[in-house]
Design a binder for this molecule. Sequence first.
Ligand SMILES: Cc1cc2nc3c(=O)[nH]c(=O)nc-3n(C[C@H](O)[C@H](O)[C@H](O)COP(=O)(O)OP(=O)(O)OC[C@H]3O[C@@H](n4cnc5c(N)ncnc54)[C@H](O)[C@@H]3O)c2cc1C
Ligand SMILES: *[C@@H]1O[C@H](CO)[C@@H](O)[C@H](O)[C@H]1NC(C)=O
Ligand SMILES: *[C@@H]1O[C@H](CO)[C@@H](O)[C@H](O)[C@H]1NC(C)=O
Ligand SMILES: *[C@@H]1O[C@H](CO)[C@@H](O)[C@H](O)[C@H]1NC(C)=O
Ligand SMILES: *[C@@H]1O[C@H](CO)[C@@H](O)[C@H](O)[C@H]1NC(C)=O
Length: 482
Amino acid sequence: MAILRTLLLTLSAAATVASADNLKPCLRQAVSKVAFAGDLLYQAVDVEVYNLDYPVTPAAVAFPTTAEEVSAIVKCAANNGYPVQAKSGGHSYGNYGLGGVDGAVAIDMKNFQQFSMNTTNWEAVIGSGTLLTDVTKRLHNAGGRAMSHGTSPQIGAGGHFTIGGLGPTARQFGMALDHVLEAQVVLANGSIVQASDTQNQDVFWAIKGAASGFGIVTEFKVRTEPEPGTAVQYEFSLKIGSTSERAALFKQWQAYVSNPDLTWKLASTLTLAIDSVIISGTYFGTKAEYDALDIGSQFPGANGSAVVFESWLGLVGEWAEEVALELGGGIPAHFYSKSTAMTAETLMSNETIDEFFEYVDNTAQGTLLWFLIFDFEGGYTNTIASDATSYAHRDALIWLQTYSINLLGDVTQTQIDFLDGVNDIATIDKAAYAAYPGYVDPRLSDGPEAYWGDNLPRLQKIKEEIDPNNVFRNPQSPSPAA
Ligand SMILES: Cc1cc2nc3c(=O)[nH]c(=O)nc-3n(C[C@H](O)[C@H](O)[C@H](O)COP(=O)(O)OP(=O)(O)OC[C@H]3O[C@@H](n4cnc5c(N)ncnc54)[C@H](O)[C@@H]3O)c2cc1C
Ligand SMILES: *[C@@H]1O[C@H](CO)[C@@H](O)[C@H](O)[C@H]1NC(C)=O
Ligand SMILES: *[C@@H]1O[C@H](CO)[C@@H](O)[C@H](O)[C@H]1NC(C)=O
Ligand SMILES: *[C@@H]1O[C@H](CO)[C@@H](O)[C@H](O)[C@H]1NC(C)=O
Ligand SMILES: *[C@@H]1O[C@H](CO)[C@@H](O)[C@H](O)[C@H]1NC(C)=O
């Protein structure tokens, strides 16, 4: 790291000679609030590591209030050879908003709370530091509007709208990043640009899927939808159950969701945990329409329930409670997570499903707090060409996210081996390994290939053009082509 920094120093700033590090005075000049490693309460108050398994200490955390300040901070870091990452909600699984490794300049975007709604075309401007809970409330208060995003309220727009943004309405409306029409971006040389389909198109393409390596988004302009009205939250559960009963329920679910004619108004997730298989999700429509689907007949062995929500805020609140039960929501923890995609062509065969459940039930898991979450995707999200944005995995029908928590300290090798084994079996039937760029897995050796697939070469070319010195980087961001 030190060697790389020295190299960059020499490369990027002939003026800066290899003299004393000018970062501190430069940042103090650039922004009114900035904290440095070694300051009192730095780690607890300014840094706020989310995944305790990856302790990281940035060289500095800056708290700008304007795009001009962001620009000045980026210039200070670039001229002194420091990597830069923005932190919006701080929910990266690898703490990449803090750089992912020691010594970065982190730019905390929490002051970027801009919001406005154009009530003619219902396009909204949203500051990148806005947390999803406030995105929901502000869109609601501005005329009963909504957009797709994930269910955890503490996620930041900055890291979420730029990496994907999967959630229960993605089958109907696309992912969060599919809503982005324009963004203001600070580039590696400090210039502040507007990016859209008509201005700085390469920048726009890159930030819709891979922004952390390309710039800092200060605000987004997004399309919105009318809030979904009545919705039904359903659940089918199998408690305990034998290995073959659990496998049978999974097969029934996979067969059901792989029907290409299934309505886009249905969201569905299958969660496998220590003592249960739970199929849950939302139907966006009336109870009568839901009943007409007769989902229960697909899962004869499971106990079913359905609750009707008339209010959008009530439904979003219910999702937040569910995710908090599993992943703890905003609370820092020691955890490890992996993801992989299954397309309609690479679903697990029935034999593989049997093998999968045998493995899960007969392997040391290392904790009681593990979850294997199969999210049904497809729909609108997959109607968009895979090279239309840098987010590449438009063919993912099911995303598997595996999650293992240790309340006592560092995640153990047993926990890691268990999740590796789960992923190995789930991917037996497929060719290229795909991982969701929003669930970063710092242990993945070919991260960029897995996150961006066929779009990686174009990302590297753009990187070479707009950030040749790799100012914006974390351990798994695309490197310049040359
Ligand atoms: C409990 C939990 C639940 C989750 N649920 C979902 C879900 O339902 N659906 C889903 O799709 N994902 C989900 N995620 C993953 C989440 O979308 C990603 O971790 C996302 O990147 C977090 O964004 P952030 O701003 O909170 O994180 P940060 O740690 O602040 O940032 C993450 C990455 O994005 C970059 N970044 C942040 N802000 C900006 C910016 N303004 N400009 C450019 N780059 C920026 C950072 O540099 C970093 O590399 C979940 C994560 C957690 C922890
Ligand atoms: C709102 O949208 C309308 C229709 O597209 C447009 O003419 C108008 O300029 C927008 N207003 C603002 C403030 O951007
Ligand atoms: C269904 O619920 C009943 C009552 O709580 C319980 O006894 C039974 O084991 C459950 N069945 C399944 C398949 O989980
Ligand atoms: C796999 O199992 C499901 C559910 O039991 C069944 O509907 C399907 O036909 C099976 N597939 C094959 C190829 O046997
Ligand atoms: C900054 O970088 C962008 C993208 O490469 C470029 O278009 C612009 O001219 C650069 N600005 C300056 C002042 O060098």
